[in-house]
Design a protein around this ligand. Structure first.
Ligand code: DCP
Ligand code: MG
Ligand code: MN
Length: 340
């Protein structure tokens, strides 16, 4: 992860990073995880460079960048272009995979399947594909879900959820996380975390809350409602759905709500604030210390063999996000500095 000073310097190689990121995203969309990961690693390395990279030899000296990737980076520096990316971006295959991949809840595998079945347009999907309920919702709001939500509107959505939740249970802690907490001007969806400082009053809240929001007409469609227990013993109570504020010219927006026990507050807050990339770096770092970081807890003394945990270790006391950074020997980073 980049330090404060390194962060300021990212601009020096930003054109390289942007092109590599575009390529990593495309590989992600075609489910080429290994290539996506090696591009992502190269991006992390380049982000740490404090000067403009201006020779091929210099690239070869950087850690975790092999010869073939180094050649591509040099092409970007030398010519300002990246032929493979341009070809990939303009191919029919990639155009369709992109189109389908933007249906909410449709991963790379399904996009590929649809492509292989001969579908090329959203209308093909509407008329010929066998769609799950979530995919139907995703298609119905295809354009609306692609639009970013202005920050002020996220605040309005948060206010509605707060009003309904607090009418059910007093004293809840309700925090909007995700890109909103990271200070972004616009957000892809609204991520709301709910807990209760007394440690028990959060229990059984989610379903009445969703019912109340639905009855008022605020929720228009449901995607996921789960109150299952996860394998590591944490309760994973979440709702994914679609909401609509009252008034004219409003758009359907994606809303995610998670309800968690207060003992997990800091780990859940850290997880739900993200970014996803930042979470991955934190988890990797925990791994290096023989710890295990999840959205529920931070365990120490974890024993792993061939990448599976044979001893889960013991949970550490994590009252605040700061405490988690401390256990990982990291200086605290406020949410605005957690994009990667
Ligand atoms: N998250 C994660 N790994 C994922 C998906 C999500 O760690 N694969 C965590 C980090 C995210 C948070 O959950 O920040 C919320 O997920 P979102 O998909 O809502 O992402 P953001 O809120 O960060 O961005 P956006 O503005 O696109 O919603
Ligand atoms: Mg979000
Ligand atoms: Mn979300």
């Amino acid at each position: 992860m980049s330090s404060q000073t390194a962060k300021k310097n990212t601009e020096i190689n930003q054109d390289i990073i942007d092109k590599l990121q575009a390529m990593a995203d495309l590989y992600g969309k075609t489910n080429d995880k290994w290539r996506a990961y090696s591009y992502q690693k190269a991006i992390t390395t380049i982000r740490r460079c404090t000067k403009r990279i201006d020779s091929y030899e210099e690239i070869m000296k950087l850690p975790s960048i092999g010869e073939s990737l180094a050649k591509k980076i040099w092409e970007i520096i030398d010519t300002g272009g990246f032929e493979k990316l341009e070809d990939f971006q303009s191919s029919e295959y990639m155009t369709v995979i992109n189109l389908f991949g933007n249906v909410w809840g449709c991963g790379p595998n399904i996009a590929k399947q649809w492509y292989d079945q001969g579908f090329r347009t959203l209308d093909d999907l509407r008329t010929k594909a066998k769609l799950s309920h979530n995919q139907q919702v995703g298609l119905k709001y295809y354009d609306e879900f692609l639009e970013r939500i202005p920050r002020d509107e996220v605040t309005e959505i948060e206010a509605v959820v707060k009003e309904h939740a607090l009418a059910l249970v007093l004293g809840l802690t309700i925090q909007t996380c995700g890109s909103y907490r990271r200070g972004k001007a616009t957000c892809g969806d609204v991520d709301i975390l709910i807990t209760h400082p007394d440690g028990i009053s959060h229990q059984g809240l989610l379903i009445p809350l969703v019912d109340s929001l639905r009855k008022s007409g605020f929720l228009t469609d449901d995607l996921v409602l789960s109150d299952k227990y996860e394998e590591d013993g944490g309760s994973h109570v979440k709702y994914f759905g679609v909401c609509l504020l009252p008034g004219e010219n409003r758009k359907h927006r994606r809303l995610d709500i998670i309800v968690i026990p207060y003992s997990e507050y800091a780990c859940a807050l850290l997880y739900f604030t993200g970014s996803a990339l930042f979470n991955r770096s934190m988890r990797n770092l925990a791994h290096q210390y023989n710890m295990y970081l999840s959205q529920h807890r931070l365990n120490t003394g974890v024993i792993r063999k061939n990448n599976s945990k044979i001893n889960m270790g013991t949970p550490l006391y994590t009252p605040t996000e700061e405490s988690i950074f401390k256990y990982l020997n990291l200086p605290y980073r406020p949410p605005e500095e957690r994009d990667h």
